[in-house]
Design a binder for this molecule. Sequence first.
Ligand code: MN
Length: 201
Amino acid sequence: MAYEVPDLPYGYDALEPHIDEATMRVHHDKHHQAYVDKVNAALEDTEWEDRPIEEVLQNLDSLDEGKRKVVRNNGGGHANHSFFWQILSPDGGGAPSGRLFDAIDDGFDSFDDFKREVREAGIAQFGSGWVWVVKDGDDAVSITSTPNQDTPVMDGKTPILGIDVWEHAYYLKYQNKRPDYIEAIWNVVNWEEVQRRFEGR
Ligand code: MN
């Protein structure tokens, strides 16, 4: 069964005014669909076509050399966007609680300091890419970034939060102001889902 773009778990306009409807439509229906179409075409009739995308991304070296780059970019795009839609919510925002709060509290001066470091990592990512919060063992988190559609999953890591900093994620509303987009996205982070992933539930 080929990969499919999952439906958004909310309406296209549900994240307004922080992420606008026009951006969500083109991002989900066009960009994500294109990643899915291209990775499906690359994996068709190979032993990898029915495998979870995360497993494929952890085994790129096993693919034919001529397919590695297209699967890395488009399979990564499929995995990253499927993840991204889930960790956003119109009921999001606020702050985490429980063990995730403790992990952030232990690793950073404050929640605001954590958010500042995420924002700075997102700004520092030159060109297209993602900024991530990954699980570091049971009790800690760290911030990292990747270029293009690379994902910490490729290195066997567990991302719990990811922010798409490709221009297509924000340009219609925020133009060149990536910092404003990152600042706005905190209003729609689905901390319940981020916590679920941190706790491995
Ligand atoms: Mn994107």
